[in-house]
Design a binder for this molecule. Structure first.
Ligand code: CLF
Ligand code: SF4
Length: 514
């Protein structure tokens, strides 16, 4: 078969499961006991079983899942139908991708092959998202063709779409027919006057609309599309870019508006803006929010609708766990020469093991939390964690490209964000300058949990008032955070330390850019 004009060198073998009936989309994963994983303590909470099945192994829709499951993006959608002031068309869509990183454009056939290649190499890859580099619904044929091909050849992969929403009402039926269960709409405003400061124009019905008029059309279409999707039972996430001084206060009203229309999750992301991106905001010097500003806004919106705080603003051809980037292993050239073996049984067996690990982490967390029962305190602290995934403290300080941040109090430990940093250890040598950027990135944390750390960064962190902690190496994150918090409270009680509010922290811009 010829794919996109390239000769296939590889064998393409698609292995279906041994038992009939298990090739349907969605989760058939069961625990080792043979019981369905639904109802497990690994994060279902008060979700209905139907929704839990949709989110339990989607790394963006479930914070728990993002430690264990991976997603991939297929960059099949180059064109866009609006202009955002935080986007430079030379680069990827800032809604779902960091600017400054150019993606490889794929044909639907190449994308479908890439999905099989990734699914065979990364059995915990559960979701295919189409998120750019332009807008997927400004490229409907390429987008839907890709979904069609993948649904046929890799039926266990969840299909996910991210759009600016302008064309959404026109494609809701097609989205539903293709079993696209997860749709993200980027909604940065519901007031066109605010919108005019973000969107210089939109192109709709063969005409370009500018200013308030264009923003009004966009907003009406976004909210209509959201209502139509949720009425059909399609899970919707809303992404919003927080732009201080432009829409930061307004996003509370956006949150209410999307919640009332049935959105499942709201993801408020920091503006990524730097002059070198060549965007309107980058050139005008529009700043992004600080870590504290972002957290305060997310906290104020947290209510009946969950807030997503683990978004990595990933690129349109991202592959891997959120926060890691394996796209270079799966370029168009490389996938054509790979021996692709899509084995659904193997994938399911692997995912069953992942579910067991998840259960074990949840059980450990519950047990630790029980030891806090009866303790009352207004104190809560932030701790930073170096992790490679799996819910464990398993990364060396010097190798961490990001730190996950947890808030811990007597109610337990909660993931509240992540901070990108420059690598401290580069090519075997310590990069002393980067310690300063790490300190600024986690300056609001009282401690940093690591698998290992050298004496120099240990001293530097301690001098900055951040305690380096390696005694929980390889342990579960949340269990360890609660154990540490218990000790912290005790040290405060005995007067060994004094609890004070830490300062703010920087959100690093594009620090993962290769
Ligand atoms: Fe991709 Fe988006 Fe689907 Fe996730 S990303 S299309 S919902 S599979 Fe996830 Fe990446 Fe954040 Fe997007 S971390 S940018 S929210
Ligand atoms: Fe850029 Fe995405 Fe906005 Fe289109 S919707 S202008 S691709 S950020």
């Amino acid at each position: 078969m010829e794919l996109g004009g390239l000769k296939t060198v590889a064998q393409l073998r698609v292995m279906q499961p041994a038992q009939s009936g298990s090739g349907q989309k969605g989760c058939e994963s069961k625990s080792a006991s043979g019981k369905p994983s639904c109802g497990s303590a690994a994060g279902q909470g008060d979700l209905t079983p139907e929704i839990w099945q949709k989110v339990k192994n989607h790394p963006c829709y479930s914070e728990q899942a993002h430690h264990h499951y991976a997603r991939m993006h297929a960059s099949v959608a180059p064109a866009c139908n609006i202009q955002c002031n935080f986007c430079n068309r030379k680069y990827d869509c800032s809604n779902e991708s960091r600017p400054g990183v150019v993606s490889e454009r794929l044909t639907p056939e190449q994308a479908a092959r890439k999905v099989l290649a990734v699914a065979s190499a990364i059995p915990q890859m559960t979701v295919l998202g189409i998120a750019g580099p332009g807008d997927p619904l400004a490229n409907p044929e390429k987008t839907f063709k890709t979904f069609e091909l993948v649904a046929k050849t890799a039926p266990d992969i969840k299909l996910c779409l991210s759009t600016n929403g302008l064309m959404l009402p026109d494609y809701v039926d097609r989205i539903q027919a293709l079993n696209v269960d997860h749709v993200t709409i980027t909604i940065n405003m519901i007031d066109p006057v605010v919108g005019a400061k973000i969107y210089p124009w939109v192109f709709y019905n063969h005409k370009r609309y500018t200013g308030v008029e264009g923003a009004r059309i966009l907003s009406e279409r976004q909210l209509l599309g959201l209502e139509m999707l949720t009425a059909r039972g399609i899970l919707c996430k809303v992404n919003s870019v927080m732009i201080p001084g432009i829409n930061d206060r307004h996003l509370v009203a956006v949150n209410k508006a999307v919640k009332s229309r049935g959105a499942f999750l709201h993801n408020i992301m920091p503006l990524i803006s730097a002059p070198e991106h060549g965007t309107v905001f980058g050139i005008s010097g529009q700043r992004g929010p600080t870590a504290q500003e972002l957290k305060d806004l997310q906290d104020s919106c947290e209510g009946e609708m969950n807030m997503m705080r683990h978004c990595r603003q990933c690129r349109a051809d991202a592959v891997g766990l959120l926060g890691e980037d394996r796209s270079a292993e799966f370029t168009a050239d490389k996938i054509m020469s790979m021996d692709v073996v899509y084995d659904l049984n193997r994938r399911q067996a692997y995912q069953e093991k992942v579910e067991l690990q998840r259960e074990a982490a949840a059980t450990a967390k519950r047990a630790e939390l029980e030891t806090l029962a009866g303790k009352q305190s207004d104190i809560s602290i932030l701790v930073a964690v170096a992790t490679k995934g799996g819910g464990r403290i398993n990364e060396h300080f010097g190798h961490a490209k990001e730190f996950q941040v947890y808030e811990v109090g007597t109610a337990g430990a909660k993931f509240v964000g992540h901070r990108r940093v420059d690598l401290y250890c580069q090519g075997g040598y310590a990069e002393e300058d980067s310690l300063e950027t790490v300190v600024r990135a986690i300056n609001d944390c009282v401690a940093v949990f690591v698998a290992r750390i050298g004496s120099c960064p240990r001293e530097g962190l301690t001098a900055a008032g951040i305690e380096p902690v390696d005694r929980f190496a390889l342990e579960y994150i949340e269990q360890s955070a609660i154990a540490y918090f218990k000790e912290y409270l005790e040290r405060v009680r005995t007067g060994e330390i004094q609890h004070t509010e830490r300062g703010d922290a920087d959100i690093r811009q594009g620090a993962l850019t290769a």
